[in-house]
Design a protein around this ligand. Structure first.
Ligand code: SF4
Length: 440
């Protein structure tokens, strides 16, 4: 996750006070304490103190695969029926003990549609009592007034609701007429009860034009957070990869988002803009500043770069983890075709620290053993080699260049014309999880 607004505030601070805050030791990747830093997730509601082992990752937990919708880019390939073998309430509670022992600070309860899980509020209550920061990721369509009351009473620290366009586009993506209105009603009901909400938007070529309208909606509804997700190649999102918004459109869109975040920082608005699934957004911020404010780039470009390197880019397998509905652990939500172990069989900490898995060994390596133009790139220390699942899905090699990187050769400091991995249409088969790791 790239916290655009936090970096914008740093630049504003530089302009106003003549200097930018230095990077604190705590903000460096892998540091034992990341509270309040640019790479920090929301912190747990219990102390995660310094210790011999670093804090555990943010865990995105798909508690249920069932969903009342069947969205076009769903990574979980969910449908509206029950799935066999999901973790029971007791098993979930036991895993939570293991997550606490692994010093996990944050649980994001997701699905499917997590509100369809009958014990969701029991799980949330226990998670809160154990001191986890607890987020909820929902499609919003089931949040009527009574449900909003329950969510507010449960004390969720944050609720993310997906809106993938304005009404017509969103309903088409969600394959349900009226889905937009229902989700928006859910957002309003939560907002009226003081719940912190974020809108989540996954961009493809089919919905990019709706972004300005959604940003306007965010402000009109006084929603605090906007999460802009690049398309990743997993689940139904894989099917759309050949229609992934072209690089020029991605750059234009990010400029729009960065301009917005910059103005919000200048105006000291209580708005957060974050991006996900493309860590080239870090280097792009440097390019954005160079084009928009060359004076500030000349003064603070070096300091900003130091902050970006401390952020360090992609966190899959390090600071972000995923547990699916069956208890399988994955490096993140886009790696459901690669399982590291199952929480029914081994405690989470044992699975997470096991680098006998070649993919985990590579993800935990610093720098990661990326190849191709990523290995030569001058920004590799910022973006961390970006999103490995895209490389793996297109080439079969998780360490190949990220085909979703929208930066040109000149922008990454390599000779032009070296050729790129081409994004091909999805053939219908996920590539196998068999890897060879080469060291850089
Ligand atoms: S070329 Fe690779 S390492 Fe460089 S910015 Fe793009 S994705 Fe990141």
């Amino acid at each position: 996750m790239f916290r655009v607004s936090q970096f914008m505030r740093l630049i504003v601070e530089g302009e106003r006070h003549g200097e930018m805050s230095p990077v604190s030791p705590a903000s460096r990747r892998g540091s034992a304490s990341m509270a309040g830093t640019l790479r920090s997730p929301p912190m747990a509601n219990r102390p995660i103190t310094s210790g011999p082992t670093p804090p555990g990752p943010v865990v995105i937990w798909n508690l249920i695969r069932r969903c009342n919708l069947s969205c076009k880019h769903c990574y979980a390939l969910s449908a509206n029926h029950d799935y066999a073998g999901e973790l029971s309430t007791d098993e979930v509670f036991k895993v939570m003990n293991h997550l606490e022992a692994a010093r996990v600070p944050v649980l994001i309860l997701s699905g499917g549609e997590p509100l369809l899980r009958r014990d969701l509020f029991e799980i949330a209550a226990r998670a809160k009592s154990m001191g986890f920061y607890v987020g909820l990721s929902s499609n919003g369509t089931l949040i009527d007034a009574p449900m909003a009351d329950r969510i507010a009473a449960a004390g969720f620290d944050y609720v993310g609701v997906s809106l993938d366009g304005l009404a017509a586009t969103h309903d088409k993506f969600r394959r349900l007429d009226g889905a937009f209105e229902r989700s928006l009603a859910g957002v309003r009901a939560l907002h009226a009860r003081g719940v912190k909400i974020g809108l989540r938007f996954t961009m493809t070529a089919l919905n990019a034009d709706d972004l300005p309208g959604l940003l306007g909606l965010m402000r009109a509804e006084q929603i605090e957070k906007f999460y802009f997700s690049h398309l990743n190649y997993a689940g139904r999102g894989n099917i759309h990869r050949a229609k992934d918004a072209q690089f020029a459109a991605t750059r234009e869109t990010l400029d729009l988002l960065f301009d917005r975040a910059w103005q919000a920082a200048l105006d000291e608005r209580d708005e957060e803009y974050v991006t996900g699934n493309n860590d080239a957004d870090g280097p792009w911020l440097l390019h954005w500043l160079h084009r928009r404010r060359p004076d500030l780039h000349a003064r603070f470009g070096g300091a900003l770069r130091t902050h970006l390197v401390a952020w360090g880019g992609n966190s899959s397998g390090v600071n972000v983890a995923n547990i699916d509905n069956l208890g399988n652990v994955h490096p993140d939500t886009m790696w459901w075709h690669h399982t590291l172990g199952n929480v029914r069989e081994r405690p989470f900490a044992a699975i997470w620290s096991d680098v006998s898995d070649p993919l985990m060994a590579g993800l935990k390596q610093k720098p990661r053993p990326v190849e191709g133009r990523c290995a030569l790139c001058m920004h590799r220390d910022i973006c961390g080699g970006n999103t490995r699942v895209r490389a793996q899905q297109i080439t079969g090699n998780p360490w190949a260049e990220d085909p979703g990187c929208y930066l040109g050769d000149d922008e990454i400091g390599i000779a032009e014309g070296g050729g790129r991995v081409r994004v091909t249409p999805f053939s219908g088969k996920l590539r196998k999880s068999v890897y060879a790791v080469t060291t850089a």
